[in-house]
Design a protein around this ligand. Structure first.
Ligand code: GLU
Length: 309
């Protein structure tokens, strides 16, 4: 008989429809699926589609079909951030009433990027805080920023252990909303995870540096903190980060047709599992079932690696 879980785990996978899945996003999808299901929990799917200019038409659908090809069936419907603006507005106002938000007239570049999850190459120097004491006259509002404290925010990552970050050093007062009204990834993800009961966030290591910002928002809004596990990154043969053109797994391009099982087994190995030979001829569903039973968060590798397709 299965052990009754201590709590109802709710995990999720939250791709942005800015390109097809690649082996890196597949590893995140599989890792988050296995961890939630291993705990007897649910696995939700959300499309992070607030960054309209960066989206590629047809990709949302392509991502869903590709996940299905691998047998990664999500629980419930597909959530879309673009339909949750009212909720973001509400919590933005809560923070405004708490007096922690101020309008800012600086930096066009940073605002354009705030609707997307910041991956390391997007991160720049922390905001200097120029508008903290009030915007210079003549400037128009280009963003709304949240004041960050000087103290460190610490959390325990399931794979890499205790992590601490001083927001004032890494991001400074970060953007919650653009002057055009669009909400930033950092606010959207915290509100969505909370409203859908997500209590287990499993995602790529490149988002680890966003976690303290998200925990800070959770603390201000009185939301419980999910558990976090940041997975190692899949890299190219030369050790470099995959980009949007690498290792594409597109349903439309048929790029994975017939090779789903082999790839899935490679992903399990990447996640530190040792699938037996007999699984080689099995369906994706059977491979995933084996993965769910045998998944061990503590066996996740310390370093990323290559998955060839
Ligand atoms: N949508 C984000 C991305 O594709 C991930 C969001 C998250 O897992 O928090 O990078």
């Amino acid at each position: 008989m299965n052990k009754k879980p201590d709590r109802d785990v709710v995990g999720r996978f939250a791709p942005s429809p800015t390109g097809a899945l690649h082996t890196g996003s597949l590893a995140t999808a599989v890792g988050s699926y296995l961890m939630a299901k291993h705990a007897g929990g649910r696995w939700l799917l959300r499309l992070d589609d607030l960054d309209v200019p960066r989206q590629v038409p047809g990709m949302a659908d392509d991502i869903l079909r590709t996940l299905e090809l691998f047998g990664l069936h999500w629980d419930g419907g597909v959530a879309r951030q673009s339909r949750h603006r009212k909720e973001y507005e509400h919590f933005f106002e809560v923070l405004q009433h708490a007096g922690v938000i101020y309008p800012c007239g600086c930096s066009r570049k940073e605002i354009a990027r705030s609707a997307s999850a910041p991956h390391p190459e997007d991160e720049s120097i922390p905001y200097s805080g120029t508008c903290r004491v009030g915007m210079q006259s003549g400037l128009s509002i280009r963003s709304w920023r949240i004041r960050v404290p000087n103290e460190e925010i610490c959390f325990s990552d399931l794979r890499t252990g205790r992590r601490c970050q001083a927001l004032s050093v890494v991001s400074g007062d970060f953007i919650l909303r653009g002057g055009d009204g669009e909400f930033a990834y950092q606010l959207a993800v915290v509100v969505d995870d909370h409203l859908t009961g997500v209590n287990q966030v499993v995602r790529g290591d490149d988002l680890l540096s966003s976690t303290p910002r998200q925990i800070y928002l959770q603390q201000l809004l009185g939301f419980p903190q999910p558990e976090y596990c940041h997975l190692p990154l899949v890299v190219g043969p030369d050790g470099s980060k995959l980009n949007k053109r690498d290792n594409l797994l597109s349903h439309q391009l048929g790029s994975v047709a017939g090779r789903e099982q082999t790839l899935l087994l490679d992903v399990l190995r990447f996640l530190g599992l040792h699938p037996p030979r007999e699984l080689a001829g099995c369906s994706c569903n059977t491979i995933l079932e084996w993965g769910v039973v045998n998944f061990m968060p503590l066996q996740l590798p310390a370093l990323g690696g290559v998955i060839n397709i």
